[in-house]
Design a protein around this ligand. Structure first.
Ligand code: PLP
Length: 405
């Protein structure tokens, strides 16, 4: 019999947020060990319920959602997204520039598949949400990582971006607010990225799925609003802000100057048609979700669960000798730095596996976010406070013990 191997297209493609470390955690769970899984930003299992009105809307619309919709999505959803973009100041967006997707994930893959030829380069942040790197590779492109600088609150390093542009660079990806660092980019940085894109004819892809999850009275600036003369693709969705990651509800918006991207848009339309449409029942809730008051706001203010948990984990990590972390401004992740020399850590995946085996908590190593040094890991700070306290205590114990060895 023939052996069937995975396709060559998957060479070099990885997605470690659900990779080997999760497989090991699952294996341990099968043995009856309780594992606290802090590997995915999935609010619902941690007791963050979806807003009642959103769930009610979905239930009311089951009968209306039995058929396929237009490939780009139903009118009410796209109209609501268009209005959301108008309020935020996106330039040149009509309902035809909006595509709904089965989560942002599907659209990330679609927009890379539609754009890249073998060898095309895309600038991707490091660390990144690894689906971007994986999708560039799967589409035949070369992900070229630009550094986000921990010393500068994890903002993109503009000189590094400039140094990495080549004649093969087609696009730059931004994740703002950022996963895994929790950074929120200021206007000056965004403007400089726009200028690089302008000078080098790059498409900007901006993943803004955390735009409604910003703390400390700060404001998120969509990069599209600073680039009316460029072509920008902005991605967003309800998984995080409305705690409905399982509904698979996302969208992308094409804004700015579209004169020179007609061929690419044709490709996107074809890919959207080939998957027929995104889940229609999930599209039904977009209008209700985006209209008016955003229920996530209460979680992000002092006294709110996400805010208080961010305060706790930030202080707890910085209190452990040998660990340090920049304070996240948005989303629900923190990306601590480990003093690797002090603890003799040379392999971050091994570090995460050791922690899993000893303390039954699943983290993701920095390498899972394409961070090349073995000196970072990501904590999702969504679990309730008592679990976060256990996590922080075990982290402290692990590192104290390691210091003694
Ligand atoms: N983009 C970023 C930056 C994310 O962190 C995630 C999920 O963690 C996604 C996209 C995927 O979102 P969706 O659930 O809409 O597929």
């Amino acid at each position: 019999m023939r052996n069937f191997e995975k396709s060559n297209k998957l060479d070099g493609v990885s997605y470690d947020v659900r990779g080997p470390v999760l497989e090991e955690a699952d294996r341990m769970q099968e043995e009856g060990i309780r594992i606290l899984k802090l590997n995915t930003g999935n609010p619902a299992p941690f007791g963050f319920d979806a807003p009642n009105e959103v769930v009610r809307d979905m239930i009311m619309n089951v009968r209306n959602s039995e058929g396929y919709s237009d490939s780009k999505g139903i009118f009410s959803a796209r109209k609501a997204i268009e209005q959301y973009c108008q309020v935020k100041g996106f330039p040149n967006v009509t309902i035809n520039d909006i595509y709904t997707g089965n989560g942002v994930s599907e659209l990330i893959s679609m927009c890379m598949q539609g754009l890249l030829n073998n060898g095309d380069e895309v600038l991707v942040p490091m660390p990144d949400y690894p689906l971007w790197t994986a999708s560039v590779s799967l589409a035949g492109g070369n992900p070229v990582h630009y550094i986000c600088d921990e010393q500068a609150e994890w903002n993109p390093d503009i000189d590094d971006i400039k140094a990495k542009v080549t004649p093969n660079t087609k696009a730059i990806v931004l994740i703002n607010p950022n996963n895994p660092t929790g950074a929120l980019y200021p206007k000056e940085i965004l403007e400089q990225i726009v200028e690089i894109a302008r000078q080098n004819d790059l498409i900007i892809f901006s993943d803004e799925i955390y735009d409604r999850l910003v703390m400390d009275g700060l404001t998120h600036i969509p990069i599209a609003t600073l680039a009316p003369d460029l072509f920008v693709v902005t991605l967003n969705g309800l998984s995080k802000s409305h705690r409905v990651a399982g509904f698979r509800c996302g969208w992308m918006v094409l804004s700015g100057n579209k004169k020179h991207v007609k061929g690419y848009i044709e490709g996107l339309n074809m890919l959207a048609s080939m998957r027929l449409c995104s889940n229609v029942l999930s599209q039904q809730i977009i209008q209700t979700a985006l209209g008016g008051y955003q229920s996530v706001d209460d979680l992000l203010l002092p006294g709110g669960r996400v805010y208080e948990q961010r305060e706790f984990i930030y202080n707890a990590i910085n209190d452990i000798p040998g660990l340090s972390a920049v304070k996240p401004k948005a989303a629900f992740y923190i990306f601590p730095k480990i003093d690797v020399e002090r603890f003799n850590i040379y392999d971050d995946e091994k570090f995460v596996l050791d922690f899993l085996h000893e303390h039954h908590i699943l983290l993701v190593h920095g390498g899972g976010f394409n961070w090349t040094q073995p000196d970072h890991f990501r904590i999702v700070y969504l679990p309730k406070m008592e679990d976060l306290k256990i996590t922080a205590n075990k982290c402290r114990k692990f590192h104290t013990d390691k210091n003694k060895r």
